[in-house]
Design a protein around this ligand. Structure first.
Ligand SMILES: [Zn+2]
Length: 329
């Protein structure tokens, strides 16, 4: 672990040699297995990180761990009011403030009430896909893009939307849940694929074909036996037809995004975004799926990798503290 910073005496601090004010911020990346705290400097470069396991069994233990990580960030920065944002899977309903998430023990909990009770302060919470889009639209692969989508291709599929550099408001708090849109019948017919059951309780969802486990399923369907997504990607010529089918199905997902959102850039995140050449593979597959005359978005891999989502949440907290963006629950 890197040594602690010298206390900065507040998250806005004067830099005499530059004649200006610098702002630092922190983020929590909350996943099913770990809560990672990450402190950022004024340029949004990582200064220090600290990981603890995610408590799985009780909301009390979860908020204790979360409070510990916020305390660590505040101590590192020497700033009890350090702007801290949270990126996590799932949503906090904007009207009720209730958290809904499949992989954390806090579904049904009033998120901000619990944070205030435990920490004495509230913290902005951002869906991880929305945080990816926001991060990449600010200094990342979607910088300068009027409409930018962050598309996570990992154990599931989800997307986030950023308009003119700011997170797009959401009525129900959900992200762009394209992973649970139905894969078009034309695509299933083209490849002779069945309707596969989805974790959401329905069948034929995009993510059952396009997420990492979907790639495994496609390989099995093609008679290649049990292979992990990593093995499918690494196998070379033997699995090329499976990867081509995957790209065609992922292109259907991109086509839906194009027809509904019309983004200038789609930034890829999640485990499958690490596949060598994935942006070019999808760029090549997309034109055949687009309606004639519809322009294709640029497809790029996230500049900030795994840390992009937490960077987005930290930036949101900073923008709120600066008065540039409105509070978000
Ligand atoms: Zn589903």
């Amino acid at each position: 672990m890197p040594p602690p910073l010298a206390p900065l005496r507040g998250w806005r601090y004067h830099i005499p040699e530059q004649g200006g004010t610098a702002v630092i911020c922190g983020g929590l990346d909350i996943g099913g297995t770990k809560i990672e705290a990450r402190l950022f400097d004024a340029a949004l470069d990582t200064v220090a990180t600290h990981r603890v396991p995610t408590p799985r069994d009780s909301a009390d233990a979860f908020f204790d761990a979360l409070a510990g990580q916020v305390g660590w960030l505040q101590a590192q920065a020497g700033a009890p009011d350090l702007p801290v944002g949270i990126a996590m899977t799932g949503v906090v309903e904007p009207d009720s403030g209730i958290a809904q998430t499949a992989n954390l023990p806090i579904s049904g909990q009033p998120m901000q009430d619990r944070l205030v009770a435990r920490l004495g302060r509230r913290l902005p919470v951002m869906n991880d896909s929305m945080a990816l889009a926001f991060s990449e639209a600010n200094g990342g692969a979607a910088e300068g893009s009027d409409a930018a989508v962050g598309l996570i291709l990992g154990t599931g599929v989800a997307a986030g939307l950023c308009i003119a550099g700011a997170p797009a408001p959401r009525y129900g708090g959900i992200a762009v849940e394209i992973g649970h849109a139905g894969m078009p019948a034309r695509a299933l017919a083209r490849h002779g694929l069945p309707l596969w059951p989805c974790g959401c309780g329905r069948e034929g969802c995009v993510e059952t074909y396009v997420a990492g486990p979907g790639l495994t399923r496609l390989a099995q369907h093609a008679g290649l036996g049990p292979l992990t997504a990593l093995q499918v990607v690494a196998a070379g010529a033997a699995t090329e037809p499976v990867l081509a089918m995957w790209a065609d199905l992922a292109a259907e997902c991109l086509e839906m995004l194009q027809m509904t959102i019309d983004p200038r850039v789609v930034v890829l995140g999640g485990g499958l975004s690490q596949m060598p050449g994935v942006a070019q593979r999808l760029t090549d597959a997309l034109p055949a799926r687009l309606m004639p005359g519809v322009p294709a978005p640029a497809i790029r891999v996230a500049r900030f990798g795994d840390a992009s989502g937490v960077r987005g949440a930290a930036l949101l907290a900073r923008r709120i503290a600066e008065g540039v963006l409105p509070w978000t629950p």
